[in-house]
Ligand binder design. Structure first.
Ligand code: MN
Length: 260
């Protein structure tokens, strides 16, 4: 192990502002939006913070809290064992950190999603993006920008549900299969509440991003923010989930290193 000139250069770039750290994470509070499954499915607990003690005889010089939340609330990662197709795969504590840090590529379809909340990414869209920006890099994270983070302060707008279900953008079944089987990704990140489109329960297979990605040892992160601050290529993403033993997912802080 020796000192790396590359890391010295990065340190200097961070100090000078030539490289910035962008926080892609939504905050956690009682109002953080979460998935709402219909009957008869079980829903997870929202985030809650409970004061244990603060500056009182049982904690005279400090304050500290307990929190409670579902694994899949807020900005979080889906591990392979989350889905039936990946049930024999890794839990969230077993994910290789080398796969959680890598090149970020941003595909911006916010105009399309503004036009049609049920818009889905197709293979041809990725091919067109590659024609302009080059092939998806090894160990990369494909970040799908839809502008949906603008609704994350309001669960009703974020979930955009009516009597026909939730209407939020995502990825087609054929594109999900292709990304899982053909693309050199470590994972996929979205701005919406889940890695699948709002209407993906009606796709074949249902929830195809979950089915294909998690079944191919690729990971998903949701509820990302501020993808607008990232370039199409050239940023580095750092995904750091809590290493919950046996966890099907976990809240995670997600950062990007971005050139100024
Ligand atoms: Mn999840």
């Amino acid at each position: 192990m020796t000192a790396s000139p590359l890391l010295a250069e990065l340190t200097a770039a961070l100090a000078s502002g030539a490289v910035r750290v962008v926080d892609l994470t939504n905050t956690l509070s009682a109002t953080t939006p979460a998935l709402r499954l219909p009957e008869p499915f079980v829903n997870l607990d929202d985030f809650s913070l409970e004061r244990a003690a603060a500056f009182e005889p049982t904690a005279p010089m400090w304050q500290h809290n307990n929190f409670r939340m579902g694994e899949h609330v807020g900005t979080h990662i889906d591990a392979p064992i989350h889905w039936i197709s990946g049930r024999d795969g890794l839990d969230v504590s077993q994910l290789d950190p080398a796969r959680l840090v890598g090149p970020a590529v941003v595909l911006d379809f916010s105009a399309e999603a503004a036009e049609n909340p049920d818009w889905v990414l197709e293979i041809d869209d990725v091919r067109a993006w590659e024609a302009e920006h080059g092939p998806l890099p090894e160990n990369s994270w494909l970040l799908l920008r839809t502008g949906w983070d603008q609704y994350s302060h309001d669960e009703a707008q974020f979930l955009n549900a009516d009597e026909t279900g939730s209407h939020t953008p995502g990825i087609s079944a054929s594109c999900a299969k292709w990304l899982a089987e053909e693309a050199p990704l470590s994972g996929l990140g979205v701005e919406t509440v889940g890695i699948d489109a709002g209407g993906a329960g009606a796709f074949d297979p249902p929830f195809p991003v979950h089915y294909h990605l998690l079944g191919h040892d690729k990971y998903g992160i949701t509820s990302l923010q501020r993808l607008a601050e990232l370039p199409a290529t050239g940023a580095i993403i750092v995904v750091s989930p809590l290493p919950i033993v046996g966890g099907s997912g976990a809240p995670c802080r997600v950062f990007a290193f971005v050139g100024a």
